[in-house]
Structure formats: structure tokens, C-alpha cells
Design a protein around this ligand. Structure first.
Ligand SMILES: *[C@@H]1O[C@H](CO)[C@@H](O)[C@H](O)[C@H]1NC(C)=O
Length: 338
């Protein structure tokens, strides 16, 4: 046995013994009898539109059992979002994920879940549960949708969106309200934004990398929190999340006013891009242009990957905004999505 094999055997022995305990639903440590414990913090990463496998494997097969896959909803604890239940013979599908879910069954002990056509909302924690009537067991696995977080402000100005309006604004821009985890990750990747925005759990935050007096004062870099806010009475901006799209964004040179921009895209069999689509093309397809262009919401933006001179100073990488200029202004091109 060479050294590498030895290390692998030792590691797998360790994970076998370390894996024996699993936090059960009742909160007490419990030995797993039927399920193989996944690695600590098991996470599967994928993108919108793709197919993914959430692994779950039986150690031994109980004589009678059912397998239940659920999505754990941290916002509504106690609510069980069942995706699929099988008794080994027949599978039943439930909820919005049901039609896109099936068991992989790659071998006799495989109860992994296949999810097809991933959507932004599929991001989150999943639970694979074996029910045999005596001792139920479960393991959790996280599905992370790889994407990009973008701040969004109403065309009527800063801090104009209630929670519901923020949710709707993100949807209109081809996104969802970001989770705290998504905002946190975006902050680690460089997002610094001095306006507070809604997250999907009804809290309000903003991410700061470069502390300055106007943005939380002398606090160290981090996510500034306003905590949970009144969803109907209070108004902020939004942090939206999006991932890959089926189409691509392309630029049509101006100068065009807003309605000319609409037509310019139509002539090319496209529509003015939504903000999320521009961010997606910037993030995943490397879209980089030093030209302001109209978007569907009436804002004007430009995507920069590689900072350079002669582009309004040397802008940081990112999607930059000129806000919402008058729609009759004939100064910009158009970003179209097809
Ligand atoms: C994803 O799964 C669906 C349904 O099972 C299948 O039709 C499609 O070809 C798969 N796509 C990829 C990229 O594997």
C-alpha cells in the first residue's frame, strides 16, 4: 500500500467514525444506522437552468422504509416542503420542485435526488430522510446556486421600496431577493454598497469593505445590519440575486433615446435587457463595454470587467449606473437581450 492510499484509507476511516453522530431533529446526537453521513457542510453548487444531483446513500437497506426528500425553509421553521416521497415502488412528487425531481437510483443503495432545470429559488438546504417506522434518520445537504448579487434602486429614488415592492422589483429584473448568505458571499467577492436594501428574510443590510464615515462610521469592514424591518411601513432599496441566463446581452450603439432603444432591440429580434440579465452577462460571459446603454427599466448602465483609462476615470470592475435619465435624452446606446 503506498502512502497516498494509506492516507485515503485513514481519512475514510476517520470520516466513517466521525460520521457516526448526526444531529437528529430532536437536537440530540444520534448514531446513523441507515444513512451514510455526508462530509461536514456538504454543499453542491450549480447554476440556473442546469441539472444537479443531491447525494444521499443508504448504508443498509431496511426491510420496509420510505424515503422523503424535503426542502428546509429557514424562514418558516416547522413548515415541511416535501419534494418527493417513495416507498421503493412508487414515487410521489410534491410542490413546485416535485415535477423537476426524481431519484437517481444509480445502484441499490442510491437514494440521491436529481433536480433538473434549476431555478433561483431552489437555492437552500435539503433533507434526505429514511422513515422505517422505528427510527427515522436524515442528513442535510446544501444546494448553492452560483450567481451574482446586485443592488437595485427604484426609478423614483433611494429608499422607495417596501418589502413586497423590493421582491417584485427583483423579479422584474430577472432575479430574486438575495439571501443573507448570498449577500455575504458577494461581499467576500468585493461588493461594497452604501445603501441599505431588503433581503428575502425581511431584514435590511448593506455590505461595506471600505469603511467610511457615511457608511456606518468606524466599524470594521462587514455587513451592516438594520435587522428585521416592517415589511409594509418601511422603505429601502433591494439586494437582488441572479444566475446564468439562456440568452445573451449585446450592445447596440447610439445615440438613441429610450423608445429608439426599444426599437433597436426589436429590429434585432431582441428586447431591452433587464438589469439582472446585464449582471449575468457581465459575471458569467465577461461582458465588458465602456458605453452607457438603456435597459428595460429605463436605467442606463455599463459593464466593466477590466478597469482602464478613458472610461469615465478608471472605474472598478462592476456594472456601473447612470441612474434613470430622462427617456428623451439621446445620448446612449442600448443593451439588448436575446
Ligand atoms: C436535464 O434533465 C432533463 C430532464 O431529466 C433532461 O431532459 C436534460 O437533457 C438534462 N440536461 C442536461 C444538460 O443534462
Amino acid at each position: 500500500m503506498n502512502c497516498v492510499t494509506l492516507i485515503m484509507v485513514t481519512a475514510s476511516f476517520l470520516s466513517w467514525t466521525a460520521a457516526i453522530f448526526h444531529h437528529s431533529k430532536k437536537g440530540k446526537e444520534k448514531a446513523l444506522q441507515y444513512l451514510v453521513e455526508p462530509p461536514v457542510y456538504a454543499e453542491v453548487t450549480s447554476r440556473r437552468g442546469e441539472n444537479v444531483t443531491l447525494p444521499c446513500v443508504l448504508r443498509i437497506k431496511p426491510s420496509h422504509y420510505r424515503v422523503k426528500w424535503t426542502k428546509v425553509d429557514p424562514l418558516h421553521r416547522g413548515v415541511e416542503n416535501v419534494v418527493l416521497i417513495t416507498n421503493g415502488h412508487a414515487d410521489k412528487h410534491y410542490g413546485p420542485l416535485g415535477p423537476r425531481a426524481r431519484l437517481r437510483r444509480a445502484h441499490a443503495l442510491d437514494i440521491s435526488l436529481l433536480l433538473s432545470g434549476l431555478q433561483l429559488e431552489d437555492d437552500g438546504q435539503y433533507r434526505c430522510e429514511v422513515i422505517n417506522g422505528i427510527e427515522d434518520e436524515s442528513v442535510d445537504i446544501t444546494l448553492r446556486i452560483d450567481g451574482v448579487v446586485f443592488p437595485y434602486q427604484s426609478s423614483s429614488g433611494r429608499y422607495k421600496l417596501s418589502y413586497i415592492e423590493a421582491k417584485e422589483a427583483c423579479r422584474e429584473q430577472d432575479g430574486t431577493l438575495a439571501t443573507y448568505k448570498q449577500l455575504y458571499r458577494a461581499w467576500t467577492e468585493g461588493l461594497d454598497w452604501c445603501n441599505a436594501g431588503w433581503l428575502n428574510d425581511g431584514t435590511v443590510h448593506y455590505p461595506i469593505l471600505d469603511p467610511r464615515p457615511a457608511c456606518g462610521g468606524d466599524l470594521p469592514p462587514g455587513i451592516r445590519s438594520y435587522g428585521p424591518k416592517d415589511r409594509t411601513q418601511e422603505h429601502y432599496d433591494a439586494f437582488c440575486f441572479t444566475s446564468t441566463t439562456e440568452g445573451v446581452v449585446f450592445y447596440v450603439p447610439g445615440p438613441l433615446d429610450f423608445s429608439e432603444a426599444v426599437h433597436a432591440c426589436r429590429e434585432k429580434g431582441a428586447n431591452l435587457a433587464r438589469v439582472g440579465q446585464l449582471y449575468s452577462s457581465w459575471m458569467f460571459l465577461g461582458l465588458d463595454r465602456c458605453d452607457g446603454g438603456w435597459l428595460q427599466d429605463g436605467s442606463v448602465r455599463f459593464p466593466i470587467r477590466t478597469p482602464r483609462e478613458h472610461c469615465g476615470g478608471i472605474p472598478e470592475p462592476g456594472v456601473h449606473s447612470f441612474g434613470f435619465p430622462s427617456k428623451s435624452l439621446r445620448l446612449y446606446g442600448a443593451y439588448c437581450y436575446r
